[in-house]
Design a protein around this ligand. Structure first.
Ligand SMILES: NC(=O)c1ccc[n+]([C@@H]2O[C@H](COP(=O)([O-])OP(=O)(O)OC[C@H]3O[C@@H](n4cnc5c(N)ncnc54)[C@H](OP(=O)(O)O)[C@@H]3O)[C@@H](O)[C@H]2O)c1
Length: 313
């Protein structure tokens, strides 16, 4: 896709994010279409010009969407289906071919290339909240904004079970977006209870993430982007709370570093999950977009039908 058409399609996705909640109250289905070079306009779900169609529970590509934009929107439409009753949670890790997300010292700038970085910012812009672990905040002092793309900054959620972070990191004091810290209830004193702190029960070595998800949805945060690190994404995956898992693999070898996914063992290959996926080429990297709600017994057999990666740019 050329740069101007990409910008146009991105405007469409942002409009879908912005209109979804407002329009749903008035009409169970609707379409979004382009008229000239203006902003996308709202139309009927059956309109032949509709580029995106809201079906009541998800957006689909409509007849008015340029065919070359189909792959691009398919990667982003799932998060736009989030609703209060059905939140959508997407995990992402950018890793080396030996499945490391950073070096041993914690350096992760950068594992994947600029196309994947742009993708991260797009996901942030389409999601209500971005979630990271305390280890990431300690190592990177990140900003977690959408500065590479047009679109709103998400609410920033830091999971720090034992509340080990000093609080001096910039996301706790800058004005770019709201930041909420989630930690164990016994790490919050009574007079601290307020809007910026969320208490959750302990579970194993981390928190009860189902309780965290419920607390976030109560605050109107229905689409969550779990952006790292490995410990945090693994905990959401183990809790069965990820709807999608995006793994971007870069052609780099890190050696013993910070691992990506770390999950309970399987005894046999037959017992291993093989969720359905789509491949997206992002510069030199390949992004695997897994649908973790789409597993069936049959999909635990290796597939002989492999998809060619789709180029996003
Ligand atoms: N390539 C990527 O996609 C990507 C994305 C994000 C981050 N990263 C990199 O991944 C690394 C962090 O990931 P991770 O899996 O180790 O952790 P994480 O998932 O970000 O955070 C959770 C872990 O951090 C620990 N932690 C808590 N407070 C800490 C502190 N003050 N200092 C250090 N660790 C603390 C936690 O221990 P307790 O539970 O015991 O408190 C827990 O084990 C960083 O090097 C970051 O640069 C890479």
């Amino acid at each position: 896709m050329t740069e101007p058409s990409l910008d146009r399609i991105w405007t469409l996705l942002l409009a879908a994010r912005g209109q979804r909640d407002r329009l749903r109250e008035h009409s169970p289905t609707f379409g979004l279409s382009f008229f000239g070079d203006t902003q996308p306009e709202i139309t009927g779900a059956d309109d032949a010009n509709a580029a995106l169609v809201w079906r009541g529970d998800k957006f689909d590509a409509g007849p008015g969407l340029p065919p070359e934009a189909l792959d691009f929107v398919e990667l982003y439409l799932p998060v736009l289906a989030a609703q209060s009753e059905h939140p959508v949670v997407v995990g992402h890790l950018g890793q080396s071919i030996d499945a490391q997300i950073a070096t041993r010292s914690g350096d992760s700038c950068y594992v994947t290339g600029k196309e994947n970085l742009t993708h991260l910012h797009r996901m942030r812009a389409l999601c209500d909240a971005i979630v990271v672990g305390a280890g990431t905040v300690a190592a990177d002092d990140p900003r977690l904004t959408t500065r590479l793309v047009a679109g709103p900054n998400p609410v920033r959620i830091v999971i720090d079970t034992e509340r080990r972070l000093s609080g001096n990191q910039r996301i706790f004091s800058d004005a770019d977006a709201e930041t909420l810290l989630v930690c164990c209830a016994d790490r919050i004193s009574h007079d601290e209870l307020g809007r910026k702190l969320i208490a959750a029960p302990r579970q194993g070595r981390g928190l009860d993430l189902r309780a965290v998800l419920e607390a976030l949805t109560r605050r109107g945060l229905h689409s969550l982007f779990i952006e790292g690190g490995g410990v945090t994404v693994s905990r959401w995956m183990k809790a069965g709370l990820l709807d999608r898992l995006q793994i971007a693999t870069a052609p780099v070898i890190i050696g013993a570093g910070r691992p990506g996914l770390s999950l309970p063992a399987s005894e046999t290959m037959r017992a291993c999950r093989r969720p359905p996926y789509k491949l997206f080429k992002m510069g030199d990297d390949i992004l695997w977009d897994f649908d973790l709600r789409g597993d069936t017994l049959e999909s635990s057999e290796p597939s002989h039908h492999r998809q060619a990666p789709m180029r996003l740019h």
